[in-house]
Design a protein around this ligand. Structure first.
Ligand SMILES: Cc1cc2nc3c(=O)[nH]c(=O)nc-3n(C[C@H](O)[C@H](O)[C@H](O)COP(=O)(O)OP(=O)(O)OC[C@H]3O[C@@H](n4cnc5c(N)ncnc54)[C@H](O)[C@@H]3O)c2cc1C
Length: 315
């Protein structure tokens, strides 16, 4: 794909999105792992009209499109992504709370939803305190903790197809699984309605504090990271398998298997995406050699990597 296409697409996007469409934006700052190269185009759609323009531009110039939320479950390669990386902002960050129903745009941060719903004496989202994602990313990943997950709260989800058609997916059409919302890979989540329950604000706050303290005590939050890097196979904690295989403290370049939580890889400040990827791959191999179990990555990858990760179920 030629640079010419990128430049033409950029001209169109900048005409409508103005400063919200930029070229060669380094993605490291857009992810919690703080690694990764540039997106050929980085665009923020603040309205449905802007979303439509981005989708049509990607289609017209045959450019690959990737939706990024808060980048908290993402490893972007050092060479970046030679297409459009799109983030939802503005109108996609609104929310409306009516009785126990919370209707929110996919771009909103989970943390603001957790805080605001608790102020309305609504409980159900406390588990998500400290999960640094967007609502859209949380639905795609079916984010969860402490035996609860976002999928359990969903009434419906509105998605937009690459042809800019909107579909309302009701609860019985959705199929949430452990760390997988099972959405069509090309669909863009634009909005969701959650149903929470009422409880005493004091009790909700106490639960949030308790969950947050657990995170603080068990996770290496002082270093950039992307949360748990592998899924728990059949309910066995991946962290335990990794620790038992002797991987704690393993280091490649600036990336290290956290001494505090073995399923976290931390960036000591100078890690590259290649370091993180190579470390993931080494941990996966060691756990396979030690336990005979193939760990499936929980984090998502964007861009090209030199090595090949084993993805269970795929050959
Ligand atoms: C310190 C820390 C703690 C964490 N703790 C937890 C935890 O307890 N439980 C847990 O489940 N996760 C946890 N995570 C991982 C992560 O925060 C969640 O998976 C989160 O839901 C990802 O949301 P995001 O907006 O950052 O998504 P991103 O990382 O930006 O994207 C993840 C995937 O979702 C897709 N996506 C994002 N938005 C949309 C959209 N609107 N439409 C379509 N696709 C979209 C992306 O294309 C990508 O495939 C943690 C991460 C960190 C850094």
């Amino acid at each position: 794909m030629g640079n010419r296409y990128i430049n033409r697409a950029l001209v169109i996007l900048q005409k409508f999105l103005k400063e919200n469409a930029v070229k060669d934006k380094i993605l490291a700052k857009e992810t919690t792992m703080r690694v990764g190269g540039p997106a050929a185009i980085f665009a923020i759609a603040n309205s449905f009209e802007h979303l439509r323009i981005v989708l049509h531009t990607a289609r017209d110039w045959d450019l690959p499109l990737f939706i990024i939320g808060k980048g908290s479950n993402l490893l972007v390669s050092d060479s970046g992504f030679s297409g459009i990386v799109l983030r939802l902002g503005g109108d996609f960050m609104l929310k409306r709370i009516k009785s126990t129903k919370v209707q929110a745009g996919a771009g909103i941060s989970l943390s603001s939803l957790v805080q605001d719903t608790s102020k309305h004496s609504l409980c159900g989202l406390s588990f998500a305190i400290g999960i640094p994602g967007s609502l859209g990313g949380a639905l795609v990943m079916n984010a969860g903790a402490y035996g609860e997950c976002i999928g359990d709260l969903v009434k419906n989800v509105i998605v937009c197809t690459r042809d800019c058609e909107f579909k309302v997916l009701e609860r019985d059409q959705l199929n949430f699984e452990y760390r997988n919302g099972n959405f069509d890979k090309d669909d863009i989540i634009v909005e969701a309605t959650l149903v929470l329950s009422i409880n005493d604000t004091y009790i909700i706050k106490r639960q949030m504090e308790e969950y947050f303290a657990k995170r603080r005590d068990s996770q290496p939050l002082q270093f950039p990271n992307a949360g748990s890097v592998f899924k728990n196979p059949q309910g066995i904690p991946a962290g335990k398998l990794i620790e038992d295989a002797g991987c704690k403290g393993m280091r490649i370049g600036g990336a290290e298997v956290s001494a505090k939580h073995a399923n976290f890889i931390v960036n000591h400040g100078d890690a590259t995406a290649a370091d993180v990827y190579a470390l993931l791959r080494s941990v996966q191999q060691r756990v396979l050699d030690h336990h005979g179990i193939v760990l499936e990555p929980e984090i998502k990858f964007l861009g090209e990597f030199n090595e090949v990760m084993i993805i269970p179920g795929k050959s």
